[in-house]
Design a protein around this ligand. Structure first.
Ligand code: G1P
Length: 290
């Protein structure tokens, strides 16, 4: 019997150096895409997919993330006094039931695999999801919800994948694939950030995973891989052949909000999709002499 995925980990300890000076005092996950911080898109996606408990792996200086999902008494009482009900509803709707989000710290930046390992005791012995908030997916059905449906069929380990240009394979975990069944590809191998000439395919992992807890005993060893970091991709590679492992081609568009160009693309795409802004924004864009 496949066990239900109830928990999700979100690593949010990164320094966001690609967005300095904006991220000097503010976590990169608080950068807004239109009017919502990047982190909130990922949190909503997790809850929409049925995740009951969320674990944020934070680091020093990330307290704003905790504040964002907590009451802001001064703001709320001012909104009450001024009768701004819709703004009040909005800020209150962000706050999950107490205990639904937990926080733990990655004390040293030793890599994504290490960040996930930091949450091992909060996850325990059950399957779990991972969402990397930098990867924002615009889709009809939330990306993780699509994966949950696929997982019903596959069990085991599942990573969201998409094709990337070959010259970009050194930015991603890349799959060596076996048999293909619709959106699902059997995973025969995984390599973290291979050079284009060494990449076994152009099918790359984006930041959504469903994994079995056995990954933690592999991460326990703390082995370093690409870039001298403890890589999640390397740990996952050890599970191939022992447990089912699939890549899932999700429906939707992924934006890398950890990158300036990706962030700008996400901002434009999500603004254009908004009922309250889309038309006016499109009209404005058309006036630009490009
Ligand atoms: C991480 C993973 C990589 C994955 C990518 C998706 O890399 O290590 O395997 O393809 O996320 O965004 P990072 O972007 O942290 O360098």
């Amino acid at each position: 019997m496949k066990r239900v995925v109830r928990k999700a980990i979100m690593p949010v300890a990164g320094l966001g150096t690609r967005f300095l000076p904006a991220t000097k005092a503010m976590p990169k996950e608080m950068l807004p895409v239109v009017d919502k911080p990047i982190i909130q898109y990922a949190v909503e996606e997790a809850f929409d997919a049925g995740i009951e408990e969320l674990i944020l792996v934070t680091g020093r200086g990330k307290y704003l993330l905790e504040d964002h999902f907590d009451h802001a008494f001064e703001l709320e009482s001012t909104l009450v006094e001024r009768g701004k009900e819709s703004a009040l509803d909005l800020v209150r709707s962000i706050i999950p039931t107490a205990g639904r989000i937990s926080y733990t710290r990655q004390q040293k930046p030793l890599g994504l695999g290490h960040a996930i390992w930091c949450a091992r005791n909060l996850v325990g012995n059950e399957p779990f999801a991972i969402l990397l908030p930098d990867d924002l997916v615009q889709s009809k059905s939330p990306c993780l919800a699509q994966m949950m449906t696929a997982y019903e069929k596959t069990g085991g380990n599942l990573v969201a994948v998409m094709d990337v240009p070959r010259e970009h394979t050194n930015r991603y975990g890349i799959l060596e694939t076996g048999s293909v069944d619709g959106a699902l590809s059997e995973v025969l191998g995984l390599v973290e950030k291979p050079n284009p000439e060494d990449a076994p395919s152009t099918l790359s992992i984006i930041g959504r995973y469903i994994l079995q807890p056995e990954i933690f005993s592999i991460l326990d060893k703390g082995e370093k891989g690409a870039g001298g970091e403890v890589q999640l991709t390397d740990a996952m590679a050890h599970l191939i052949g022992k447990q089912p492992f699939h890549g899932y081609r999700f429906e939707g568009t992924r934006y890398d909000c950890g990158d300036k160009l990706g962030f700008l693309k996400a901002t434009v795409a999500l603004a254009l999709a908004r009922d309250d802004l889309g038309q006016d924004f499109a009209d404005y864009l058309k006036t630009l002499k490009l």
